[in-house]
Write a protein that binds this ligand. Structure first.
Ligand code: DON
Length: 312
């Protein structure tokens, strides 16, 4: 195990050295806060299912979780209503279209198709059991912390920036409502979704979230069973289908591990039974995935032969 850990550490360091300053991409600009995050930041971290962690670069810098939060809320909805209800009411297929696509809704009679696009994520929020919206929000935040194995907190600054500019998501929430694909007040769902995107995590915490999924839902940090182990394959299947939006197929083909990105520059990847990987760097490709983050995670996966589709 010692040599396995040192080869993981070597791979993490090498990925950061190779790709931590790679050129290309641009910060998200449609959320004013994200446009101002220093573009040169770059980090990678890995946590094994035993809780051993290694990291390189700016791994303690706290950044906005953004769409990676969709995985946490999906995990909570699985606990609340079960995988069959998620499949029936939201759908579990890739859209093949951008994360905020209205056309994807129009093409499927207002059904979101996936919990990992904005429409599906707001519908997922609306499925959660709660007697009021503050309880709904608190349960979402608690799930983020439980998956990370340490407290995750809301950034008022990010939240204000997003709430002041989320008109497109509000429109999607009303479209869902008009198609009977929204299961609570649409503006409440949009509000909680916007807050869940506005929490801050470090790359180390993100690796810990991924490691909890790798460890069949049990946090390697706290030992707590955060979600039922039988729900984990459903979450990972969704990450494979839609985790990197319209690049998800290309990612499965070239890297072969379930992953999820966010426009804050984070990306997490899960190697079931082995480890969680996370990377962060703000510049994004045109699908909204971190350019350096993808390169760093792919490099570690290649160096250690982690593809789920290659079991030679
Ligand atoms: O709703 C939005 O557009 C953002 N709060 C999150 C989008 C996002 O992270 C897409 N991911 N790559």
């Amino acid at each position: 195990m010692k040599s396995e850990q040192s080869s993981l550490f070597d791979a993490v360091l090498a990925a950061h050295a190779r790709y931590g300053t790679a050129e290309g991409g641009a910060n998200a600009s449609y959320i004013p806060f994200l446009a101002g995050v220093p573009s040169n930041l770059a980090a990678i971290a890995a946590m094994t299912v035993d809780g051993a962690i290694c990291a390189a670069g700016d791994a303690d810098y706290a950044f906005a979780l953004e769409s990676i939060s969709k995985v946490c809320t999906l995990a909570l909805a699985m606990e609340d209503v079960g995988p069959d209800a998620v499949r029936e009411k939201i759908g579990v297929d890739p859209t093949g279209l951008p994360f905020n696509s209205v056309m994807a809704l129009e093409l499927h009679n207002g059904k979101p198709l996936s919990p990992l696009v904005n429409a599906g994520a707001m519908a997922t929020v609306s499925l959660l059991r709660a007697s009021n919206n503050e309880e709904r929000w608190q349960r979402v935040l608690d799930m983020q912390s439980a998956l990370a194995g340490s407290p995750v907190t809301l950034s008022d600054e990010v939240n204000k920036s997003e709430q002041a500019t989320n008109f497109h998501n509000r429109a999607i929430a009303w479209l869902l409502s008009s198609a009977d694909s929204m299961f609570c007040d649409p503006m409440d769902a949009c509000d909680v979704y916007t807050r869940q995107c506005s929490t801050l995590v470090t790359t180390r915490q993100l690796a810990s979230m991924a490691a909890t999924l790798a460890a069949q839902g049990r946090s390697p940090v706290t030992g707590r069973q955060v979600l039922k182990c039988e729900h984990v394959p459903c979450v990972l299947a969704e990450m494979t289908m839609e985790g990197l939006y319209e690049r998800s197929g290309d990612w499965a083909y070239t890297v072969g591990v379930p992953a999820k990105s966010g426009v804050g520059g984070g990306i997490m990847a899960v190697v079931p039974g082995v480890m969680g990987l996370a990377a962060f760097s703000p510049p994004l490709d045109d699908a909204g995935n971190s350019v350096r983050g993808q390169l760093m995670v792919a490099d570690v996966a290649k160096a250690l032969g982690l593809s789920l589709f290659d079991r030679r």
